[in-house]
Design a protein around this ligand. Structure first.
Ligand code: G6P
Length: 608
């Protein structure tokens, strides 16, 4: 949600900033802008809409300056427009700021600043930062930024450039991700490593309240109280090609096709096959507490929430732990008193979702053990948990989450099996389960190889306006995820129900214009799903079913059937998810939608 970037080094900043912005565009795409220091003057250009509009506006720019800042926006305060695009500047247009986050007390600060004569140009909360820094600019750039930040409440990742202080960029972070990249040709700061990785793999993850001065000497981290801070350098273990489309028309399709590998990566080095158990190194330190755990709350948002819902079924299936799943944004409203033996598991691809962060802070305050299941290494949620597991799914750029979901499910199976070995399953049952899990990537590949059939179904169904998704038991969360995928990228109305609930309301919607997508593989709820499909057909509703390979019943009653290979019932979601994603993808493609950057959405939502 908003991407920021800064560079100071030996090369012209402009092409570096534009390339980085293109990689950050998934974080927000309603407007963009950048500023470059050019001969003791700061040149700035901004544009509404996508980054290509900004690029067009910069086509004639021959800027050679080697220090600059840039921003791609997802609007919070103020409409998407050129005037509200970042960078924002002070009254003298000497200080330029890009910001990701929210300044909560901006209204009060703005009024005070206006009383002191400051002229505001935009409707954004960010602009107060530029004017506050202006108030202190004679104290030096670092000190001025520090004074300004001491006055604000809220969250920020900022980068500041000032014509009064050439050769310097100041960076600060609180509640918004910022990563420094240290390379031979300069120093970068960005909201996501994908904007740095084509230049360097040496990075420093900034923590809350870190303030960084970057100049020709290098970088120095301190805090708002002027204490020097030391943060370790780390090496990123993926390459720029991981964050590129590699010939696919969209990141989403590429990421769907990366799922066999995402499952393998989630399991790599984590299976002790002889003992039939997973070994999750990140949980070792808290394992004793986890074994004694009586109650587990899973908190997450969006797709990660649906992974959590499946997590409840699979952990409860194999252990006696009571699992509750909460939308992170609602968790804080529950008056919960945590007893000993309570843990909270936050699931988040980005590790930055504000609602999830707030939920775990609340749980920590109440004394729960805090666990994380996170994809982005070094992210805020990863840092704020007591222990956790990384997905190692690689960068996910498409706004609609796909491979991260499959990876989250895989790790939830590993967690459930680790906890289960203290309960009932025998060694041979555990080994058989692991063998089946290991075969899942090939089975996903088999579904991907049949994508053309799903594409033809999408063509047939893309003109309907409403869809109902139905599933039971392990496939109920997958129905929810399927409906979310469709609405996110095709803007069609879709809603999901536990199939048993259909008769309690949604059945009233069914007619020949209202298709249903029914998850009906051969599992313990298969017969009941068949009855539900019959009920839909009796009311002339079109049905697309997902069934087990070789099923003879479904083709007799459904309009279309998508087959998935057979597997253990509990593992079916790893397979049934894939047709859900492909169906949504191809329907959105048929409808000409902007698949990787759907309107109004952002990949990482850092506001509540
Ligand atoms: C946003 C994204 C969703 C994602 C959700 C949770 O809404 O558009 O795709 O599922 O955030 O994100 P997280 O990074 O916490 O998994």
């Amino acid at each position: 949600m908003c991407g920021i970037l800064a560079y100071l080094g030996k090369e012209p900043a402009l092409p570096i900033l534009l390339e980085g912005l293109r990689r950050l565009e998934y974080r927000g795409y309603d407007s963009s802008g950048l500023a470059v220091m050019e001969d003791a003057e700061v040149l700035c250009r901004r544009a509404p809409g996508k980054i290509r509009v900004l690029e067009d506006r910069l086509a004639d720019a021959e800027w050679q300056g080697s220090a600059g800042i840039a921003h791609t926006r997802w609007a919070t305060h103020g409409k998407p427009s050129e005037i509200n695009a970042h960078p924002h500047s002070d009254c003298r247009e000497r200080i330029f700021v890009v910001h990701n986050g929210i300044i909560e007390n901006h209204q009060a600060l703005k009024e005070q600043l206006q009383q002191r004569g400051h002229q505001f140009k935009s409707e954004t909360d960010t602009e107060v930062l530029a004017h506050l820094i202006e108030e202190y600019h004679q104290e030096g750039l670092l000190q001025a930024v520090k004074e300004a930040l001491l006055a604000v409440q809220g969250t920020y990742g900022i980068a500041v450039l000032s014509a009064d202080h050439p050769g310097k960029v100041v960076i600060a972070a609180k509640g918004s991700p910022l990563i420094l990249g240290i390379g031979e040709k300069g120093i970068w700061a960005a909201s996501d490593v994908c904007a740095l990785v084509s230049h360097t793999r040496e990075v420093v993850y900034l923590h809350d309240d870190d303030l960084v001065l970057v100049d020709s000497e290098g970088y120095q981290i301190s805090n708002l109280h002027s204490q020097d801070i030391s943060r370790p350098k780390r090496t990123i273990d993926w390459e720029i090609r991981d964050a590129e489309k590699q010939g696919y028309p969209h990141f989403m399709l590429k990421e769907i096709h990366e799922q066999p590998q995402a499952v393998r990566n989630a399991m790599r080095g984590r299976l002790l096959q002889a003992e039939g158990i997973p070994k999750l190194g990140g949980l070792t330190d808290v394992w004793k507490q986890m074994v004694d755990m009586e109650r587990l709350f899973i908190v997450s948002c969006g797709t990660s929430y649906y992974a959590g819902l499946l997590g409840r079924y699979i952990i409860e299936e194999s252990t006696d732990i009571a699992v509750e799943v909460d939308l992170a944004s609602e968790f804080r409203y529950r008056k919960l008193n945590f007893k000993e033996g309570t843990a909270v598991l936050a699931i988040s691809q980005s590790g930055e979702t504000a609602d999830t962060l707030v939920a775990i802070r609340e749980a920590r305050r109440k004394g729960a053990l805090i666990l994380g299941l996170v994809n982005v290494v070094g992210s805020s949620i990863a840092r704020e948990t007591d222990a956790g597991v990384y997905n190692h799914a690689g960068p996910e750029v498409g706004v609609a989450s796909t491979k991260s979901f499959i990876s989250q499910l895989t790790i939830l199976y590993l967690i459930a099996l680790s906890l289960a070995r203290h309960q009932t399953p025998s060694l041979s049952e555990r080994q058989s389960f692991l063998r089946e899990l290991i075969s899942i990537p090939d089975k996903i590949q088999q579904i991907l190889d049949g994508a053309a059939h799903i594409q033809s179904i999408a063509r047939r169904f893309s003109q309907y306006r409403n869809f109902l998704y139905l599933g039971r038991k392990f496939n109920y969360p997958i129905a929810l995820e399927g409906a979310l995928k469709l609405k996110e990228i095709s803007y069609l109305h879709s809603e999901a129900y536990a199939a048993g609930e259909m008769k309690h309301g949604p059945i009233a919607l069914i007619d020949e214009d209202f298709p249903s997508v029914c998850l009906a593989p051969r599992d313990s709820s298969y017969e009941k799903m068949l009855s539900n499909i019959q009920e839909i057909k009796a009311r002339n509703g079109p049905v697309v079913a997902v069934g087990t390979e070789g099923d003879r019943e479904l083709p007799k009653i459904c309009d279309e059937v998508i087959e998935v290979p057979a597997t253990h019932e509990i593992l079916l979601p790893l397979l049934t998810t894939v047709p859900m994603q492909l169906l949504a993808y191809y329907i959105a493609e048929e409808r000409g939608c902007e698949i990787d950057q759907p309107r109004n959405l952002a990949k990482s939502v850092t506001v509540e």
